[in-house]
Design a protein around this ligand. Structure first.
Ligand SMILES: [Zn+2]
Length: 363
């Protein structure tokens, strides 16, 4: 199957596709159990599902609720407009590339209309629906967040709506969210998600280095290294695991090998809060903080975050002492840290990092 991308969202037609029957002719449409099971299976794999249907919205949505399908669907598009428009709206709102979107419809002319305007969208006849979960493109890597992906997106839409109707400043809005950040040592079952974060966080990734689950597992076993997983939640729900920190603590200097956060939480100030936490903890440990940074064509935002937090190009003896200066393509940004005030827009729960520092000359 080569580089075939996996499907991130399935857009369903309703009449004679998701359910049997045509709603305008037969209000008692029925759901076959095989299709319900497909919907549940895709949902558990973290594949989002939506609707593009030519019907009146209210009766169609009422039927979906009656069949117990409403909760599985995000951004339903039920109107008399072209299906290609509906599919495009869904993909654009989700910020998904069209080749990660699937469209299922029993009518060949509807599939042709979508395929003509959106040639990258994968179109499937309704007869193929029962077998979709067996196809490789519907078998993504499952992580700890897959099962709650749909709930996270739904929470995101509620959050966006609340922001649109909030009259105050961004900071005032953040304070209304009751944001909680949790920083914990990674466990074995989180490694797949941590690896995914190192791959997918292009804009807020300090080095663009991909760490495999194997390498990360090695760090877990090495007392000199810390792998932290960062999760966030607010009053709308959980954001799941949104960031990763790889840290090597020496006595004189804490070496931040990687800081990466999901771009979904940039507007919540996740990166800046994490940096302040690291600066505060290194200050309290009496160590300097040195961070690897490698410029990529997408991570300018991360450099801004480091500079804004006070890290500079200062050539400090601590960096030379642990032998991390002068590596190919990697700059070291450095700060003589001072204790930081607690963040004003969120609560941070984190380990004390008060344990013994494992020192050593190896980076
Ligand atoms: Zn230093």
């Amino acid at each position: 199957m080569g580089d075939l991308k996996t499907v991130k969202c399935v857009v369903w037609d309703l009449d004679n596709t998701l359910w049997q029957g045509t709603l305008v002719e037969d209000p008692e449409v029925v759901l076959v159990e095989r299709i319900r099971s497909v919907v549940e299976t895709l949902d558990a794999r973290g594949i989002l599902q939506s609707v593009a249907s030519k019907n009146d919205h209210e009766p169609a949505w009422a039927a979906l609720e009656r069949l117990g399908l409403g909760e599985y669907l995000v951004l339903p598009q039920i109107s008399w407009g072209p299906k290609s428009t509906a599919v495009r709206v869904i993909a654009d709102r989700l910020n998904f590339a069209y080749d990660t979107v699937a469209f299922v419809d029993d009518l060949p002319n509807e599939r042709a209309e979508v395929a003509f305007h959106l040639p990258d969208v994968r179109c499937y006849p309704a007869a193929d629906a029962p077998g979709l979960p067996d196809r490789p493109e519907f078998q993504p890597t499952i992580t700890v967040d897959s099962r709650r992906r749909r709930a996270m997106y739904q929470a995101g839409f509620h959050r966006e709506r609340a922001r649109e109707t909030f009259a105050g400043t961004d900071e005032d809005f953040l304070r209304t969210l009751d944001i909680r950040m949790s920083i914990v040592q990674a466990t074995e079952d989180q490694l797949a998600r941590v690896e995914e974060l190192t791959l997918r966080t292009s804009q807020m990734n300090a080095t663009g280095v991909h760490y495999s689950a194997e390498t990360l597992r090695g760090f877990l076993d090495d007392p000199g290294h810390e792998v932290f997983v960062i999760s966030m939640s607010d009053r709308f729900g959980s954001h799941g695991a949104i960031g990763v920190v790889l840290l090597h603590r020496h006595r004189e200097v804490w070496h931040l090998k990687l800081l990466a956060t999901s771009c979904r939480v940039v507007s919540l100030g996740a990166g800046a809060t994490l940096l302040r936490w690291l600066i505060d903890r290194s200050a309290r440990a009496g160590a300097h903080l040195a961070a690897d940074f490698r410029r990529t064509d997408r991570n300018r935002m991360m450099e801004v975050a480091y500079r804004f937090a006070g890290l500079t190009d200062e050539d400090c003896a601590c960096v030379r002492a642990i032998g991390i200066a002068g590596r190919d393509g990697i700059e070291v940004l450095h700060i003589r840290p001072a204790p930081q005030p607690a963040p004003t827009t969120m609560t941070v729960e984190a380990p004390g990092l008060g344990g013994p520092v494992v020192s050593g000359a190896t980076p």
